[in-house]
Design a protein around this ligand. Structure first.
Ligand code: 5GP
Ligand code: MG
Length: 180
């Protein structure tokens, strides 16, 4: 696995440090309203981040699961996001925090946001570990951002290429010849 990584963009120690900082920010934000908070991870890229983040949160929370699939037809530029499994928990009147691995063009999060908004949560916030500033839309500003990164394809810490590298502990740039 190591030989497939061209360079490490964010080492594991730096990730852990930032995850603790994000958890502190989230704790401050929900200090008076954490009761009933439901965290909705966008699978599967956010699983490692989610596991680390929620273990830094000092209050009671629940996880709501939903599965989305992104179809990228050859002719479609952005692709289309489809709901595969409906949310497992009722979120009406609850505070909801969406957790995702990376904000790129924003298509995924826009679709998730409008889908969840229809279920009338008390509030809806978004936390992403990474944001590619080059393409992120101006009208989708996450409430919590781990790192702003350049427009390179990254793997590790939950992020995959063809299903692989999710278990690589750092965030790294894949050798370009592997996906060319
Ligand atoms: P968006 O809908 O914002 O364009 O794309 C978001 C999704 O595309 C992410 O949740 C992630 O699954 C995937 N993605 C975008 N950029 C990268 C990247 O650099 N590496 C990996 N592994 N996935 C990415
Ligand atoms: Mg994803």
């Amino acid at each position: 696995m190591e030989q497939d990584i061209a360079r490490i963009l964010i080492p594991r120690e730096r990730i852990q440090q930032r995850v603790h900082e994000l958890a502190r920010q989230i704790d401050e934000t929900y200090r008076d309203s954490s009761e009933g908070l439901i965290i909705v991870p966008i699978l599967a890229g956010s699983i490692i981040f989610l596991a680390d983040l929620i273990r830094c949160l000092p209050f009671k929370m629940r996880i709501g699961l939903m599965t989305l699939s992104r179809y990228r037809g050859a002719a479609t530029v952005g692709g289309e996001t489809q709901l595969v499994h409906e949310l497992s928990t009722d979120i009406e009147g609850r505070h909801v925090l969406v957790v995702d691995d990376i904000l790129d063009s924003g298509g995924t999060l826009m679709a998730v946001r409008s889908h969840l908004q229809e279920r009338r949560p008390a509030s809806l916030r978004v936390c992403v570990l990474l944001r590619k500033t080059a393409k992120a839309p101006k009208d989708l500003v996450p409430d919590f951002v781990g790192f702003d990164i350049e427009d390179v394809f990254v793997v590790g810490y939950g992020l995959d290429y063809d299903g692989h590298y999710r278990n690589w502990p750092d965030i790294g740039v894949l050798r370009p010849e592997l996906y060319a």
